[in-house]
Design a protein around this ligand. Structure first.
Ligand SMILES: C[S@@+](CC[C@H](N)C(=O)[O-])C[C@H]1O[C@@H](n2cnc3c(N)ncnc32)[C@H](O)[C@@H]1O
Length: 415
């Protein structure tokens, strides 16, 4: 089966007369080669912004095709950079995403937005102008371009650590870029341009990489930041335009910036597809810290809300998080899900193992166990090998070689 085409509607009963419209799909999903070796993963808007531990689009694509019908609504409660939402819209479904990380929500919105040819041209012209300005800056004749060096002090950000993480000329250029993004005439264009800006922030900062919050000098020249941004903006405009051409105009996407532990109201959905955070794996609040501060987001609040963060689990304090912390959080979220997912429909989780205080945790077993406590029934637990070039890095256990696709059916609820 090629997970690129939309499948026809499924029959609505199985042999026993129970209402299990997608019963045959489970066998097909179990037989699928989930490695997707060699598959292209960065097409359309998928590569607009880096996001640690994002999954490849083929995973939600296969699950959405097999376990839902055209026109239904797909929820990703940990939507991160919006991979499931993009695939849901491409497959002519409606999409709902939730994430406590405001940057994740901004990226998800930008990746699922629609723009016209004229709007794409406006963004590309802005990118072109910034390239010229970058060239003037790098030619060391700033007098030809007086605006940037006299950029008002009040427009520079002033967060803790700004000067440790950024060279002064990079601060000037980023502040200038941000002011230009905010002058764009419509909210979706501003969001898209800010996501292009955010996408280059780790590259132009002294942060080593997207998952290493340590400093190293990058020796950027004047003008490099403007050039990198203009390239990111032009590419984003083109990718979103191509994506817009694929979409049905009447499909909707809702992104909720919310802590799942507050049980946000997301309405009723037909399928859940997600990869949840798991204990001691990543620290999004840290990897995204400088990006969030540049974008005026409440980073300390997200730090408090983030589930599974390496920081909370490796803390030496008496109230450091434990596996029980994770179990309780998961239980609350799965119970909440039973109220929002239609009866007898499926919730799919892509999840790997982790290590907490030297003990290996099989998160798939834990998830299944907690799910069964709140009314889910296990339909499948499919192991998946990560491609060697794309192994996720987990600071607690190094390279993860395998993860699981756990498919649960909601036997609770009645809708
Ligand atoms: C593994 S990532 C999801 C990546 C996503 N599948 C993608 O392709 O980009 C897990 C997400 O859970 C989010 N998260 C952590 N704690 C949360 C909470 N309390 N409420 C909502 N989302 C949370 C993180 O911000 C992160 O984006």
């Amino acid at each position: 089966m090629k997970y690129a085409d939309v499948l026809p509607l499924r029959p609505t009963t199985n042999g026993n007369g129970a209402y299990l419209p997608f019963a045959d799909s489970i066998g097909r999903l179990e037989a699928l080669d989930w490695d997707f070796a060699g598959a292209k993963t960065g097409f359309l808007t998928h590569s607009l912004h880096p996001y640690p531990a994002k999954y490849i689009p083929q995973i939600p694509n296969a699950l959405i095709q097999e376990l839902s019908s055209v026109g239904e609504t797909i929820l990703d409660p940990f939507c991160g950079s919006g991979t499931s939402l993009v695939e849901a819209l491409r497959l002519d479904r409606n999409a709902v995403g939730v994430d406590a990380n405001p940057l994740a929500c901004l990226i998800s919105l930008a990746k699922t937005t629609r723009i016209t040819e004229d709007e794409a041209s406006l963004l590309k012209e802005m990118a072109q102008r910034l390239v010229s300005e970058g060239q003037i800056l790098s030619s060391d004749t700033p007098m030809l371009f007086p605006d940037l060096p006299t950029f008002p002090e009040s427009d520079r950000p002033s967060f803790d650590g700004l000067n440790e993480w950024f060279d002064p000329h990079v601060v000037d250029e980023l502040a200038y870029i941000k002011s230009r993004c905010l002058k764009l005439p419509a909210p979706h264009l501003r969001q898209l341009a800010l996501v292009a800006m955010s996408s280059i922030i780790v590259t132009v900062s002294r942060q080593d990489s997207d998952t290493r919050y340590v400093r190293r000098d990058k020796n950027l020249k004047r003008g490099d930041t403007l050039n990198l941004f203009s390239r990111a903006l032009a590419t984003a405009a083109q990718r979103v335009l191509e994506f817009s051409d694929e979409l049905q105009p009447y499909r909707t996407v809702d992104v909720h910036a919310a802590n799942l532990l507050d049980c946000p109201d997301v309405g009723l959905v037909d399928l859940v597809v997600c990869s949840p955070p798991y204990p001691n794996a990543y620290s999004y609040h840290l990897y995204h810290r400088t990006r969030m501060l540049w974008l005026d987001m409440n980073q300390p609040e997200f730090k408090k809300q983030e589930i599974g963060s390496h920081r909370k689990y490796s803390s030496k304090s008496a109230n450091a998080a434990t596996v029980d912390t994770f179990r309780l959080e998961l239980r609350k979220i799965l119970e909440w899900l039973t109220h929002h997912l239609r009866h007898n429909r499926y919730a799919c989780f892509v999840i790997g193992d982790s290590t907490v205080r030297g003990v290996r945790i099989k998160n798939d077993d834990l998830l299944i166990n907690v799910g069964e406590e709140v009314g889910f029934k296990l339909e499948a637990n499919i192991p998946r090998t990560l491609q060697s070039s794309k192994k996720s890095f987990n600071p607690a256990i190094g390279k993860i070689k395998q993860e699981h696709i756990v498919i649960l059916r909601n036997t609770a609820g009645s809708a």
